[in-house]
Design a protein. Structure first.
Length: 600
């Protein structure tokens, strides 16, 4: 073998570790080891005239190379023979009809393809379906864990005094908020009270502010489906994780104030007080730009009255919760006017004279700016007319078109997706509140349109089913029933309507029944799943006094009662669209009805 440098010759046996000039025995030892000659080489050695290994070896390197070449040639011949046999086997068993020519064609194509599959191979990431499945399992497990903790937290809060037991003091809530660093002072607030319309007005106010790009919070009570509805962020109930976090953030401070109060002979924070603290803290953590906060009961001693509200809204005042708020309109109005703060703006719905006088006195005391809704019967050109007025209302599919006049502007043909004159007036209050948050300026038309269009009000004259139509409303006092029945007559025009009624024991059942009787054919009394509920048999006795025995049915459960009401409403020679059922009397009953019909 030629080399680049003739002075450096490579020994032919160097590759085998054979030293130059080695004897035959040394060659064998180097190639095969001490075990001797490979038996397979004996025929080749004999053919080459090699001596008997038993007699000793005298083999040159060239002899050994010849033997190796012969062995390689024989191996190639055997490979060709094996390949031919394989071809015949494949042709007979895998090619239709044993077509050897087709096999040759395929093999030729394969031989002609000189590309290397590795050149185009790309690494394949492992299938992540298993990882995704594991993540889903982990998420499900986390969800179960969170839901279990949510139930524990809710039970802890519910173990406290119920919200209808008024504890006339703000000291406990103020003490907790002081320990938390007064989170309620970090955002602006709209505070809403009144006998009826608080929740609808609050929902509309929140939507108007959110449509203007503000981050919003909303605190309401009671709830329909879940306690989390009471604390909303940007229009959505707080998540389970958020609710748990809100409780765990305030719990140590609540415990401290509980201990201090009980040591002085006072009560622990109530269920409602704890929720109010949680909401005010959660709004700061989110954080919100403005919070719309509904009073739980009354106003002056309500747990929410710890806020320094920028805007106070007072919806129509009537008799309700007389056990705690007083038996006269003047006393009730005094309690509700207690939310007015120094220098705030007060938005006031049209009130009966006694209530109006009490509110005006409180507003003057606090030097508040007042925006008053005028009497709907007043001449809008009169100098005594208020600055807030519903100028026009027209029925529309799914609601009404309204024209609203405020201190800043006239807003024409605004669609409000809720029924009834009272909802148009609630919209007026909400729009005035939004103007006040915007510095008293006109709210841009796009914001007004988008805000009202996005309003929902579950459990407020809500359609649960059609043919016949089944409505649900949370109305629970005579004042609310009066407004409700007018809206039903205007929007639905039923020829036959049957009421399904359940009320709380502290409500004016006779007054509610008296409001329903003129517009309903019959009433079905049903129980409510609450320790505060009026016994259904007692309710039936009151109903018979108002309706007469032949127009009253007493049912033992809501589902059965609704079925009986449907049957009563349809028992006439009129189209199904002329018949309806109204489930009414309590927020708790409204929640049960929505669940019965599968509403979230």
């Amino acid at each position: 073998m030629p080399a680049d440098d003739d002075s450096k010759q490579i020994s032919p046996g160097a590759a085998f570790g054979i030293p130059e000039g080695a004897t035959g025995e040394e060659v064998v030892d180097a190639v095969f080891g001490e075990t001797g000659v490979d038996p397979d080489l004996l025929p080749y050695l004999e053919a080459a005239g090699a001596p008997d290994p038993a007699e000793g070896l005298s083999v040159s390197v060239s002899d050994l190379q010849e033997v190796g070449a012969q062995q390689e040639a024989d191996a190639e011949a055997q490979d060709r023979e094996d390949l031919e046999a394989l071809r015949e086997l494949v042709a007979a068993n895998m090619i239709p009809g044993g077509d050897a020519d087709r096999l040759e064609e395929l093999l030729a194509e394969a031989d002609a393809d000189d590309s290397d599959d590795w050149d185009s191979w790309e690494p394949q990431l492992p299938d992540d379906s298993e990882d995704e499945h594991l993540r889903d399992l982990e998420a499900a497990a986390r969800g179960v864990e969170v839901s279990a903790r949510m139930r524990e937290v809710e039970a802890e809060i519910l173990a406290r005094a119920p919200e209808h037991q008024v504890q006339p003091s703000l000291e406990r809530v103020e003490a907790v908020l002081d320990l938390l660093g007064n989170p309620e002072r970090t955002y602006r607030t709209v505070h809403i009270t009144g006998t009826n319309g608080k929740t609808s007005t609050a929902r509309m106010t929140e939507r108007l502010l959110a449509s203007g790009g503000m981050r919003t919070g909303h605190f309401t009570s009671p709830h329909l489906a879940t306690i989390r509805e009471r604390i909303s962020l940007d229009g959505e109930p707080i998540s389970e994780e958020g609710f748990i976090a809100a409780w765990e953030d305030v719990a140590p401070y609540v415990a401290m104030v509980d201990e201090r109060s009980q040591a002085a002979g006072g009560p622990r924070l109530s269920f409602f007080e704890v929720l109010a603290v949680m909401a005010l803290a959660a709004f700061a953590d989110y954080p919100v730009d403005v919070a719309v906060i509904e009073v739980g009961l009354g106003g002056r001693w309500d747990a929410t009255n710890v806020i320094g509200s920028d805007v106070a809204v007072i919806t129509p005042i009537g008799r309700d919760h007389e056990r705690w708020l007083g038996s006269s309109i003047t006393e009730i109005a005094h309690e509700k006017a207690g939310i007015i703060k120094d220098g705030s703006t007060v938005i006031v719905a049209h009130q009966v004279p006694d209530a109006a006088a009490e509110i005006e006195q409180a507003a003057a005391l606090h030097r508040a700016v007042v925006r008053r809704e005028c009497d709907p019967e007043e001449d809008p050109t009169s100098p005594e007319a208020g600055v807030l007025r519903v100028l026009d209302r027209q029925l529309a599919v799914g609601g009404q078109l309204v024209t609203l006049a405020t201190a800043a502007a006239v807003y024409e043909d605004v669609f409000v997706p809720l029924h009834g004159e009272y909802q148009a007036r609630n919209a007026l209050l909400a729009l005035a509140a939004a103007e006040a948050i915007h510095g008293g300026r006109q709210v841009p038309a796009r914001i007004v349109e988008d805000g009202f269009a996005s309003v929902t009000s579950p459990g407020r004259l809500e359609v649960l089913r059609s043919s016949p139509t089944v409505l649900v409303d949370a109305g629970h006092n005579p004042h609310g029933i009066e407004a409700l029945t007018g809206a039903i007559e205007e929007a639905f025009g039923f020829q036959h309507l049957v009421a399904v009624l359940g009320v709380m024991a502290d409500k004016d059942a006779e007054g509610i029944l008296a409001g329903l009787e003129p517009v309903t054919d019959a009433v079905v009394c049903v129980p409510i799943d609450s320790p505060r509920a009026m016994d259904v048999d007692d309710l039936g006795e009151v109903a018979r006094e108002v309706y007469g025995a032949d127009r009253v049915v007493v049912s033992r459960q809501l589902g059965e009662g609704v079925a009986q009401a449907v049957a009563l409403s349809e028992g006439h020679d009129t189209p199904l669209t002329a018949s309806g059922v109204l489930i009414v009397g309590s927020v708790v009953l409204a929640a049960e009805a929505r669940a019965l019909f599968g509403r979230p």
